[in-house]
Design a protein around this ligand. Structure first.
Ligand SMILES: [Zn+2]
Length: 109
């Protein structure tokens, strides 16, 4: 993995973005409910959307943190299934991926 430093930087930037987004989600969820009853139903729906955004963000953060661990121990970029190197382009698009394109495609079908 020759570009590990570059990928590490990409992952760290992405983690920072996710942190900022999660903080916004949490701030929005902490807002007190609107005293107007009609607006409360809408607000509940908004909260559900925000919570699912928050969950997706937390999952991605865990995956990115795992990727950082793999960079640290030198296994980053190796396909977890076939052991071949995952292409740079794929790692750039999905920095936390565990599978090469071939294995990801065969897992999906
Ligand atoms: Zn593979």
């Amino acid at each position: 993995m020759k570009n590990a430093a570059q990928h590490k930087q990409n992952i760290e930037i992405r983690l920072t973005e996710l942190w900022a987004r999660l903080e916004k989600v949490e701030a929005a969820l902490d807002e007190p409910a609107d005293p107007d009853l009609e607006d409360q139903a809408i607000e509940l729906e908004d909260d559900e959307v925000l919570e699912s955004v928050g969950r997706a963000g937390q999952l991605e953060m865990r995956q990115l943190e795992d990727a950082l661990k793999r960079i640290a121990n030198g296994t980053y970029g190796d396909c977890a299934k076939c052991g071949k190197e995952i292409s740079e382009a794929r790692l750039e698009a999905v920095p936390y991926t565990l599978l090469c394109r071939t294995c990801a495609n065969s897992a999906a079908s």
